[in-house]
Every structure is written in C-alpha cells, then in structure tokens.
Ligand binder design. Structure first.
Ligand SMILES: NC(=O)c1ccc[n+]([C@@H]2O[C@H](COP(=O)([O-])OP(=O)(O)OC[C@H]3O[C@@H](n4cnc5c(N)ncnc54)[C@H](O)[C@@H]3O)[C@@H](O)[C@H]2O)c1
Length: 265
C-alpha cells in the first residue's frame, strides 16, 4: 500500500458519505488520518460512521447542507475540538440535475450553482481562514472534466464546475504565501450513485465506456489516490492547478482508429 505520509493528520471530507467522497474517507482512514465527514444525507452518514467505528481511527461526522454558512462554521469548530487542527480539506459534495438549457428552471440553476460552487467557497473560506492563520494546509475541491468543457443537458453543472476552477486558482493566489495549497481534482466518469442515478446502465456500459481510452469507468479509489496525493507532501509545490483523472477521456477528439486496419493495435 502507498504511504501518503498523512498518518495522524486531520482531514475534512465534505460529501464523504457517498461515491468519490466515501472512497476518499476510506483511503484516508486506512492511512491513519483523523477524518471529519460532512454530508447532507444524515442517514447515510450514520451508516458510514457505524462502518468506520471498527477501524480504530478517530472519525467524526456532522450532517449539514454545504450552503448553510452558520452550520459549516459550527461543524468545523466541532470537528477541530474533537480531532484537532485541520490540515487537509476535500470537498466532494455536489449535485447534478440534468436538463436541457431551454428547460432549466431558475431555482434548479441556483441549486446546482449554490451547492457545487457557493458551497465550495463557503467551506474553503471556513477552513482556509484557520489554515492561513496556522500557515499550513492543503485544499482539494472536486471539479470535473466538465469544468473545462461543455456537457449537453448539464449547462448549470458545467458552469458550476468551471467556477470551481476559478475559485481554486484565486484562492491559491491569495493563500499560497500563507502556506496553504489549493487544487482541483477533475474526475472523468466515475462509477458512483450520482452517475448511476442520472444515466442508464446501457448508456454507461456502451457509449461512455467506449469513449474512454482506458476502456473502463473510474472507481472512487482511482480518484481517492489522486486526492490524497494532492493533500500530501508529495505535492508540496503543486498549487492553483487541476489534476485530471479521467483514463484519457479528454486527451483528444479522435479516440478510435479512422477505419485503418492496424491489426491488433
Ligand atoms: N461520478 C462522476 O462521474 C463524477 C465525475 C466528475 C465529477 N464528479 C463530482 O464529484 C463529486 C462527488 O460526486 P459523486 O459521484 O461521488 O456523487 P455522490 O452523489 O455519490 O456523492 C455526493 C455526496 O454529496 C452529498 N451532498 C449533496 N448535496 C449536498 C449538500 N448540499 N451539502 C452537503 N452534502 C451534499 C450527498 O449527500 C452525497 O453523499 C461531485 O462534486 C461531482 O460533481 C463526479
């Protein structure tokens, strides 16, 4: 197993009850991190905490909506009291509400932008203030390959993820001199409840997998390894950038041979 050198450090993972966030929590716990989980899904959060209770690692969880400023302040305060000063933050809380641009209602637009972008800002600000005052920390915000490209029926989602990249760069500029690194993780197509909830299994195993050069969906673990790298000292001079973890999905436009016969290649 890779040693990320994070043993004993306190990491907050928002959206940690499911999918990518859950995989990050599992990997952080296996590395001996003290993990604070934040998630809006209270019942799922309780299940995850119960599962982790046997790990022997210190874990704390708080149920909140990432748009709720006072709740974020109280939860981070609480987690620091229980687990000690936070040195790493990952925000993986996010939603997608597929719909054509001609049909997206204003409140659906606001929901997606507020959860994915405003929530990322509010949580980063709360944790970042603390990291800046201590002169140390690493923040990873989960954007997407949709943060640098458009996506049919995901106008609001894509706009929010582009926004996260702008947020990352600006925070990195403000906080770099205070020892705080800020980066984005840009997953490709990850097999999580969010993906399965929006797209049919046939489309996933047919069209989507067929477009990925590595010929498989990402697991949550693929993303977790990249997130822990960004949190760790192995990324000591990495800030204000994004790490795309997409199996080659965005590496080019022509992902199939153009009718040539190159034998088994
Ligand atoms: N699955 C993919 O293919 C994929 C690809 C690129 C980017 N992403 C991004 O990765 C992140 C995680 O996605 P996932 O696929 O693991 O989804 P998921 O639905 O499995 O997990 C998201 C978690 O966020 C929580 N959450 C949602 N709204 C919240 C809120 N308002 N406050 C607090 N918590 C909230 C949910 O309860 C859930 O536990 C998201 O930001 C998503 O946009 C996912």
């Amino acid at each position: 197993m890779i040693d990320y050198g994070l043993t004993g450090s306190t990491i907050i993972v928002a959206g940690g009850a499911s999918g990518i966030g859950r995989a990050i929590v599992n990997l952080a716990v296996s590395q001996g991190c003290k993990v604070g989980l934040l998630d809006a899904n209270e019942s799922l959060l309780k299940t995850v905490l119960a599962d982790l209770a046997t790990s022997g690692t210190k874990v704390a969880g708080r149920s909140l909506d990432i748009r709720d400023e006072p709740a974020i302040h109280a939860a981070v305060e609480d987690i620091e009291t229980v687990l000690g000063p936070v040195s790493g933050l990952v925000n993986s809380a996010g939603i997608s509400r597929p719909g054509l641009a001609t049909d997206i209602a204003a409140n659906t637009w606001s929901d997606v932008i507020d959860v994915n972008l405003k929530g990322s800002f509010l949580l980063s600000r709360e944790v970042g203030r603390r990291m800046v005052s201590r002169g140390k920390g690493s923040i990873v915000l989960v954007s997407s390959v949709d943060g640098s490209g458009g996506h049919a029926a995901r106008t609001h989602y894509s706009a929010s993820k582009h926004g996260v990249l702008g947020l990352v760069k600006s925070l990195a500029i403000e906080w770099g001199r205070h020892g705080v690194r800020v980066n984005a993780l840009c997953p490709g197509i990850v097999d999580t409840p969010l993906l399965r909830g929006n797209i049919s299994a046939d489309h996933i195993s047919g069209v989507m997998e067929d477009r990925i050069p590595m010929a498989r969906l990402s697991t949550g673990e693929d993303q977790a390894k990249a997130a822990l790298f960004l949190l760790s000292d192995a990324a000591s001079y990495v800030s204000g950038t994004s790490l795309t973890v997409d199996g080659g999905l965005t590496s080019g436009y022509f992902t199939h041979l153009n009718g040539e016969d190159w034998g088994s290649h």
